[in-house]
Design a binder for this molecule. Structure first.
Ligand code: FES
Length: 252
């Protein structure tokens, strides 16, 4: 018969009865997100090497006032808030950075220390995380622009063509689309909040849509990771081509 310990865990930061290396799961997130944050900040403020005909960096799309008629700084700054807000308020990223950066708590069943009253996301400032569903609508607009850019990436001076950059942009937007449409907010929107599909307006198509989103949503964390890495690498590739560091290979 299993023996159940009645020992009460000591309170305080890092106190736990867990015997596994619980802190390891935070490391990849801390390393990758820090690197991504530093790189995107640098690229957003750099303001150059974002266009290598016919490729446009996803960090600069949609491209607004590239000639600096009224905006003297990097065009990326004008649009950064949309995708950044979407990721920052994403349910998966919230869990990850609350654990990895705020250590609040550092992991499941691990003490966070202090004697603060737990308010979760019901009080300022974290109650603002509830704007995520609105960032979802904004993200859909960005996805549409990036699909347009991916289609333009087949246009080599009026002629159809495929370069390595075309494929890079295509893979990037496919991954971003899956990440966006695997969102928890979308799942709730299409049917997650319903108790009875057959009683609801458009119940049958909503049920099918809900099933589709649920399938994607099951792996939301995976899509969050791969789409983040893909968008960073896509920008890097276009920057290297635009700066002349590498040459884009034309496949067709
Ligand atoms: S929950 Fe992650 S994008 Fe909406």
């Amino acid at each position: 018969m299993a023996e159940i310990s009645a020992a009460k865990p000591a309170s305080g930061f890092g106190s736990t009865l867990r015997r596994d290396a619980w802190w390891i799961e935070n490391l990849p997130f801390i390393i990758v997100l820090s690197a991504f944050g530093i790189y995107t900040t640098w690229r957003a403020f750099e303001g150059t090497y974002y266009w290598a005909t016919p490729y446009l960096s996803p960090f600069y799309s949609p491209l607004i006032d590239p000639q600096h008629h009224w905006w003297p700084f990097s065009p990326a700054i004008l649009i950064l808030g949309g995708p950044l807000g979407f990721r920052l308020t994403c349910y998966y990223y919230r869990k990850a950075y609350y654990r990895g950066f705020f250590l609040d708590p550092p992991a499941c069943a691990v003490g966070e220390g202090g004697h603060r009253k737990y308010k979760g996301e019901t009080a300022f400032p974290f109650i603002l995380q509830n704007v995520h569903r609105y960032f979802f609508y904004i993200a859909v607009i960005f996805v549409a622009f990036l699909w347009y850019d991916a289609i333009v990436a087949f246009d080599f001076g009026g002629k159809f063509g495929i370069g390595v950059g075309t494929l890079v942009m295509l893979v990037n937007i496919i991954l971003l689309t899956i990440y966006t449409f695997s969102c928890h907010s979308l799942r709730s929107l299409v049917g997650g909040k319903l108790d009875c599909f057959s009683c609801a307006t458009l119940g049958v198509p909503r049920h099918s849509a809900w099933q589709g989103v649920t399938k994607l949503n099951e792996h939301h964390m995976f899509w969050a990771w791969v789409s983040m890495i893909a968008v960073g690498l896509t920008d890097l590739y276009i920057r290297l081509v635009a700066s002349g560091a590498i040459k884009d290979i034309r496949l067709l």
